[in-house]
Write a protein of this length. Structure first.
Length: 323
């Protein structure tokens, strides 16, 4: 066959594909969009999703229906997204387990890097390192010195595989100490036992920690983010307190199934970014300790890859696997 004809035919197919993608994006969305939350209702990820959904729905011109699919540390809901049609009508808000599950589980029912397309980062929620008042540590340096003086005697409370647990393991890893993880089924019981002095310290959400700190029931040493929190600007970061580069945040981002049309992805990313810049949304989530940090799909994809690599090292060193 004549090569010029082949080239012309190929160009026509490309043009038709682009035109179809543009037409699809112009009419998108034509019905409600489902937002999967791979966590139980009432938790921090659910709060972020349900705060964001109405405003994003307004910008898209269709309702955003929150669908909680908790279970197996986020695997159940994430698998549901991987199996959904790649048409932009099923999305998910993912969190730190999205990056830790590839290491925690010997085999996942999806490929974290190949089965999803990044829409963008939503935000970060910092935790704070708190100790019971009976613990003779007034700084991160004091706590590290105490742990080194008493190997294996100092413990921290955390829900297994949570951001608090990861923060504790990163603290152990970077400080070279032999602290012990005391596992709890949920953050609530972990906080109760820390307040009672049964466990010396923990990493906990800053919003739920500050009332106890102000009442003298806990002592705050540092925040886990790389920058100081607006909710407690006098508290240093763990990084500036001696463990350089320490960073653990409960982050949130949005993804769609891989192979979702590019024009649809561009529209979703643009509308998510526009929604996250709304002052009233920022104010509402800031009160929950969540800092909104919109960005490009490329930035979020790079961030997730970095998180997977980072936690693979920490979790492997700690010998942590999903039970």
């Amino acid at each position: 066959m004549n090569r010029p004809i082949l080239r012309a035919g190929g160009a026509l197919l490309v043009a038709l594909h682009c035109a179809c993608g543009y037409a699809l994006a112009q009419g998108f969305p034509g019905k409600p969009v489902r937002l999967i939350v791979p966590a139980a209702a009432g938790g921090p990820t659910d709060v972020v999703a349900r705060t964001l959904a109405p405003k994003l729905g307004e910008h898209l011109g269709q309702a955003l229906i929150v669908d909680n699919r908790g279970g197996a540390g986020g695997v159940v809901g994430t698998e549901a997204l991987a199996k959904a049609p790649a048409d932009g009508y099923t999305l998910a808000i993912v969190f730190i387990s999205h990056a830790t599950n590839p290491t925690l589980y010997a085999k996942l029912p999806y490929d974290t890097l190949k089965d999803f397309a990044a829409i963008g980062m939503v935000g970060h929620q910092t935790t704070v390192l708190v100790v019971h008042p009976s613990v003779p540590a007034k700084s991160v340096g004091d706590l590290v010195a105490l742990a080194k003086a008493r190997p294996g005697a100092l413990s921290y409370a955390a829900d297994t595989a949570s951001a608090a647990h990861l923060a504790g393991e990163l603290f152990r890893y970077m400080s070279g100490t032999s602290i012990v993880h005391v596992a709890f089924k949920g953050n609530g019981p972990a906080l109760v036992d820390t307040l009672a002095g049964h466990v010396p310290f923990m990493f906990n959400a800053i919003v739920t920690s500050l009332p106890h700190v102000k009442a003298g029931r806990l002592r705050a040493l540092a925040v886990s983010s790389t920058q100081r929190s607006q909710l407690a600007p006098d508290l240093p970061t763990v990084s500036e307190s001696g463990l350089r580069g320490f960073e653990v945040t409960a982050w949130y981002g949005m993804v769609a199934p891989a192979r979702t049309p590019a024009e649809v992805m561009r529209k979703l990313s643009a509308e998510v970014g526009r929604t996250l810049r709304l002052p009233e949304l920022r104010e509402r989530l800031s009160a929950q300790g969540v800092e909104l940090t919109p960005g490009t799909p490329e930035q979020f994809d790079l961030f997730v890859r970095g998180e997977i690599s980072k936690w693979e090292k920490v979790l492997t060193a700690a010998g942590i696997r999903a039970q």
